[in-house]
Design a protein around this ligand. Structure first.
Ligand code: KG4
Ligand code: ZN
Length: 324
C-alpha cells in the first residue's frame, strides 16, 4: 500500500510516498528556515504564505517524480501545529484525495514522530509494542505509552514551554540564530557543561511532567548579569559554557523523568522522536544515564533527518490507520 504524506505544520513543506508504512519511495522537502531566521522564530502568517507558494511548486515536481507508482491514500499532518500553516496542507490534501479518489488520513504529527524509527532503514529490528515514547519537539514534550500504533496514553508532558521552544529561546538569549537547538549543540562542543550551576527542573518532585520555563529564566537572569562583565575575547567561551550547561540540565531533566516512567510502566523499549531527538548529545546523555543507573532498556532514536518534521513519518504512520 502506497501512501502520499504531506507536512506543512511548521517551517517545512514536505511530500513523501511511503510503501507499507516503512519504505520511503520518494521524499521532497523544502525548508523555510532562512525566511524565519531574521525573526528568531517561525512567524505563522509568513509560514502560511510560503507554504502556499512552495506546495504548488514542490507538489508538481513530486507528482512528476512518482508518476509511475499507484497511490492508495493521502495522509496529512493535521490539527497540531501553527494553524495557518496546517490549513495549507489540509486544503491541498483534501483536494488531492478527492481528485485521486482515495481515502484521506488526517494525522496527529506529534504522535507520528515516533514513526521516524520505522521509516529509518538503519533499524533492521523495529521496536515491538508496547513501548514508551518520548516526544521532544519544538511544540511538545511528552511521555506516551503506546500499546499499539494507534492506541496510546500521554502519561507526562510539559507544564509550560516545550523543550525545543526552550532551546530556541535560550539560543536567542545567547545571540544565536534560529533554529536554536542545532546552534546550542554546535557551540556547546567548546563549552564546559558544569560551568554554570543551573537547577534541574522538578528533580525532587514525584511527577512525570516536565518544565522548562524556569530553566530558561535562570539562564536569562545569569546571562543578563554576567555577560556585560565578560571581556570581548572571552565572550565566545562564556556563551559556550552557558549553552553546554543548559543543554546538560535540559537533557538530564528528560533522563530523570524517563527513568521514573520506565520504573512506573516497566517499559523495556523506548522510542524517541521529534526535532530535539536530532541532538547527538541527547542520545549520549540518555545512554550514559541509563548505563550508570543500570537501567536495562533499549533506546531507539531515528536518524537526524527523520527526527525533525517530515512527510515520510506522516505517510508511514498513516499506514496503521489504513490497515486498521
Ligand atoms: O519536530 P520539529 O521539527 O518541529 C516541531 O514539531 O516543533 O522540532 C523542531 C525543534 C526546534 O525547536 C529545534 O530547535 C529543535 O527541534 N532541534 C534541536 C536540534 N535540532 C532541532 N534541539 C536540540 N538539538 C538539536 N540538534
Ligand atoms: Zn514536529
Amino acid at each position: 500500500m502506497n501512501i502520499v504524506g504531506i507536512e506543512t505544520t511548521c517551517d517545512e513543506t514536505s511530500f513523501a510516498l511511503v510503501q507499507d508504512g516503512e519504505k520511503i519511495l520518494h521524499e521532497v522537502t523544502m525548508s523555510q528556515i532562512l525566511k524565519h531566521a531574521p525573526y528568531g522564530g517561525v512567524v505563522p502568517e509568513l509560514g502560511a504564505r510560503e507554504h502556499v507558494k512552495n506546495i504548488e511548486q514542490l507538489g508538481e515536481k513530486f507528482f512528476q517524480d512518482i508518476k509511475n507508482y499507484p497511490i492508495d491514500g493521502v495522509a496529512v499532518a493535521s490539527k497540531v501545529g501553527l494553524p495557518p500553516a496546517v490549513q495549507v496542507g489540509e486544503a491541498y490534501a483534501q483536494g488531492l484525495a478527492k481528485a485521486l479518489n482515495v481515502p484521506l488520513y488526517p494525522i496527529n504529527h506529534v504522535v507520528a514522530h515516533v514513526w521516524g524509527v520505522w521509516i529509518d532503514s538503519a533499524f533492521v529490528e523495529k521496536p515491538t509494542f508496547p513501548f514508551l515514547g518520548v516526544i521532544v519537539s519544538g511544540g511538545h514534550t511528552q511521555l506516551i505509552t503506546f500499546s499499539s500504533p494507534t492506541e496510546f496514553d500521554i502519561i507526562g508532558e510539559t507544564k509550560d514551554d516545550a523543550i525545543g521552544e526552550a532551546f530556541d529561546k535560550v539560543a536567542s538569549i545567547l545571540g544565536l540564530p534560529y533554529p536554536g537547538g542545532p546552534e546550542i549543540e554546535r557551540v556547546s562542543e567548546k563549552g564546559d557543561s558544569h560551568a554554570v550551576a543551573l537547577p534541574i527542573p522538578l528533580e525532587h518532585e514525584d511527577t512525570l511532567d516536565f518544565s522548562f520555563a524556569g530553566l530558561k529564566t535562570a539562564v536569562r537572569t545569569y546571562v543578563e548579569k554576567e555577560l556585560p562583565n565578560q571581556h570581548e575575547t572571552y565572550k565566545e567561551y562564556f556563551i559556550a559554557d552557558v549553552a553546554a550547561s543548559f543543554q546538560r540540565v535540559a537533557f538530564t531533566h528528560i533522563a530523570q523523568k524517563l527513568e521514573k516512567a520506565i520504573a512506573k510502566t516497566g517499559a523495556k523499549q523506548v522510542v524517541i522522536g521529534g526535532g530535539v531527538a536530532a541532538s547527538q548529545r541527547l542520545t549520549d546523555i540518555l545512554y550514559s544515564y541509563m548505563h550508570e543507573k543500570e537501567i536495562k532498556v533499549e533506546l531507539f532514536v531515528p536518524h537526524r533527518q527523520y527526527c525533525t518534521d517530515n512527510a515520510s513519518v506522516i505517510a508511514g504512520y498513516a499506514f496503521n490507520l489504513a490497515a486498521a
